[in-house]
Design a protein around this ligand. Sequence first.
Ligand code: WTA
Length: 645
Amino acid sequence: MSDVKTYPVKTEFQSQALIDNKTYQTMYQASIDNPEQFWAEQAEKLIHWDQKWQSVMDVDYREAKISWFNGAKLNVCYNCVDRHLENNADKTAIIWEGDDPEISESITYRELHEKVCRFANLLKARGVKKGDRVCIYMPMIPEVGYAMLACARIGAVHSVVFGGFSPESLKSRILDSDCKVVITADEGLRGGKKVPLKDNTDTALKHCPDVHTVIVVKYTHAKINWTPERDVDYQQQAATLSSECPVEIMDAEDPLFILYTSGSTGKPKGVLHTCGGYILYAAITHKYVFDHHDNDVYWCTADAGWITGHSYIFYGPLANGATTLVFEGVPTYPDAGRFWQVIDKHKVNTFYTAPTAIRALMGQGEQFVKQASRSSLRLLGTVGEPINPEAWEWYYHTVGDERCPIVDTWWQTETGGILLTPLPGATDLKPGSATRPFFGIKPALMDADGNELEGEASGALVMSQSWPGQMRTVYGDHQRFIDTYFSQYKGYYFSGDGARRDADGYYWITGRMDDVLNVSGHRLGTAEIESALVLHEDVAEAAVVGYPHDIKGQGVYAYVTLMSGQSPSDELKQTLTKLVSQEIGAIAKPDVIQWAPGLPKTRSGKIMRRILRKIASNELDNLGDTSTLADPSVVDDLIENRANR
Ligand code: WTA
């Protein structure tokens, strides 16, 4: 599109960058023409292996069989911690910035090693062995990283559950992956508010009889209930254990972690990542996308409960021996200048956040930004949802002072790491575009008949070649893995997103093509929210769709049909909102509930979500064909009583 602004790579940036455009082109071509050689070379360079592989990649998309570096052995924790001790033991590994702006801490690689070893010994003392699943339900304090790395050290498989999820969500995740140990804290803090993590854990565990151990990090020292035979005081116990713990040598394809994410149907699925391919992909993308230099201070504002926290707060940066900032708080506490104050305080060079945060801060005016110098900043990044050009421009001009490139990184829990992105020394930027594929990534766009589209086109975004960081299965349900990602387009991985490719070959993500919502960068399944709503005895049926929301990107719009004889009330709306919070977590609360005497359905009983989406978005001109509806008159009522006009 000719009216799109382009920001060419700045020479000042390029002169210090790892990769320029010519190098990108050469390396990219090599990675596509001869992936095995490319990945073998990168694997040698970036990762310590205890034993080399027999084959680089064994992939069959038709059968959804994916394995990388077969026969190789390594330990991910060793790669993230131990191997940096020889030359960089006193380098800061983690800078922790608390919710309270007065509190921060620096942890060197030597200290990280000690903490992780003690934690690993504590897990072992409670009987955790290679292959066991361990649930981590923690605030954003350094111990969440220690816990993850401790699991990796002894070969246990962690499943981190976001601290904002409800006891109900925690319970179903613990049960699904059969975790017998949970790691939590007494409380977390966010924006000055306390999050009762241990209480939530106690509630969840009423229905998890197999959990024999809860390791509790005492953080706020709040009064909590204590089950003596089950609960373990982390600080007290870890101090008594050795600060050395041998690493468990793992097969490249042994599981590293499970992370639950929402799909278009059913319960969240346990995305499984394995050791070798994942750590290589996290490391290489962190290195090149963030143009990592040894003395960088790097900050990704995500939570450890999401894939971004896994790959780009902990695994990727630590594998590269970086200094990574772990932030407990929120962008607006104590005020909307917090991000920029933290950047000045710790001299952050690279800053990676979500468009929703940028939009929220943009709305607060630029004075908060201008109060800080931000002179240390060199590179900015975004992730999680499409960034609207207006927010991009504000980020670029106001936050980055037109000095810092922005990497708009597109990827997913399933992909393990970034797939589409600019490389800051190589790629001319277009606001709103995730630009080009990373090394080894071969994107394609498909039409509705399953044909690959050429040139400028819009379609379903798929990948025709595997990459090392790709998920391997849905935990306990390989058929669901096949059905969700490999059944739509034979021989391709289907992302669930739609995209457009422009004349320069740049990709523009248009959003999900399925019933997955992206609310403030958080992935939510409409089916999950609907299931929560229909738990209420007065509710006969519910349909949830997304609608455009200025700050959140998408808001949650719920149509609710009551049982006959029940009457709508504001009180019931509140009860239903609370129910969703209890069942899933506050992030899933509907922004709008509309009472619907009936839902538009086809004669075969299928809800016509397309129509519901249009009404929720107040796009009434173009409702499409309603003649196939069983009862077209329900649409008139929904339009008449729509909430978003
Ligand atoms: C969306 C987050 C546009 C997309 C890492 C994807 C994006 C889903 C971008 C995955 C981006 C992520 N531009 N959309 N830069 N990044 N998305 O699994 O719809 O929480 O499918 O992983 O977020 O969300 P997930």
